[in-house]
Ligand binder design. Sequence first.
Ligand SMILES: Cc1ncc(COP(=O)(O)O)c(C=O)c1O
Length: 478
Amino acid sequence: MNLPSPKVNIQTNPMNMEYHNDILSTIGQTPLVRLNSVTSGLEPLVLAKVEYFNPGGSVKDRIGWPIIEDAERDGRLRTGGTIVEATSGNTGVGLAIAAAIKGYRCIFVMPDKMSQEKILLLRAYGARVVVTPTAVEPDDPRSYYSVARRLVEETPNSILANQYYNPVNPQAHYDTTGPEIWTQTAGRITHMVVGMGTGGTITGVARYLKEMNPATCIVGVDPIGSILYELHRSGEYTTAEGYKVEGIGEDFLPGTTDLSVIDEIVQVNDRESLLMTRRLVREEGIFSGGSGGAAVAGAVKYIQQHALGPDAVVVVVLPDSGSRYLSKVFNDDWMRENGFLDQVWSDIRAGDIQSKKDSGHIYTARVTDLLRDVVTLMKEYNVSQLPVVNRDDRLIGLVSEIDLLNHMLHADHVHKADETIEGMINTDVPVVGPNARLETLMSLFKDKAAVVIVNTNDRVEGILTKIDILDYLSSQIR
Ligand SMILES: Cc1ncc(COP(=O)(O)O)c(C=O)c1O
């Protein structure tokens, strides 16, 4: 099968303008972005294929229009027709984009575990969305596959896009995603890591890459609870169990998954997948959905298990954007309710704790301040130490209750009204940036009473003591 490329659609003209004739030709040619922080300590070059750059925000834009054009070509879909699909959301958007341009109606059937954002999104594209229960067998009449099939039987001039069995799905990736990755890596890719839902992405990309270089290693990523890992490893069908990551993992083998092109499957759990998703945005600025986090967590695991060296070039697919999961992986309450709490705490930064302190104001002292004024300030604001700053608000040291006491009780000390704090400043102060993690703070508290937060210009942004950490953590408990 050879599908036409939408790229021929770019318009150039005598006016020297360059534009796309419609949104379809903006699909594909997504960037490869190097991962740096989340892969630190690993030797290979790890590149993310960031599929949320597609106009509908996911890798599934690549399969929507070819599925529709294929049905038009062989006469199954005619003017005024309806496209029905069982979709976890993204394929719906891909189909809805092509349907909008070509004038078709869409009905999408979604399992109820899917995020509210995805349902609202499909409705925004003008589709009818039918929600079905997740916790039923695939052949149950209430399952989303069964409901979709029934809707096609009941609706005249309709087709089932059938992404789980339609060969156009892997073919679209053979025609676009695979060649893009090959060209972007100048043929140097050694390992391809992909999460599997329909398996269309991994199958199409693997077929292309293995044709170009049979040594390319194809690694699938499967959430614990899905049957694909065991099926690939031993050929055994196991019973599927629930998991939270959306878009990957299956309770059956889709017709679009060719297990023979996959060299190894790595298993990941919800926790590592979702925490990696959060790290991707906070450390790399890449706002991926949970299946992308799962794929990166799987890639890291694979690289470590196989001790891949500096010659390896690993490409990981990030299928969609985090904007579809704001109420889930990026919502601390949801993370906590689902038992990912302790790990969430390790995400806490010094700046988060400072910003939650009762008084937002940061009290500081100057070297020239009078001792008795500093004592008054400490009493008034109930603080045991104050950062001492120069005229530019840059940190000099810390003045603390105990240092003042020791000084005043010293045998040679003479009480004078104009005595300043100069001689009483401790300059051995632990300093961190606002991004310092809770673990770092805790290691400093082993032998220091307070830690000062400074920004990149050395200006004081806060001061933290153990009670601030306790206060912050207890405010997170409901
Ligand atoms: C968010 C997300 N990630 C990954 C995938 C898996 O891609 P594929 O179906 O090509 O295996 C999907 C598929 O629906 C998805 O929606």
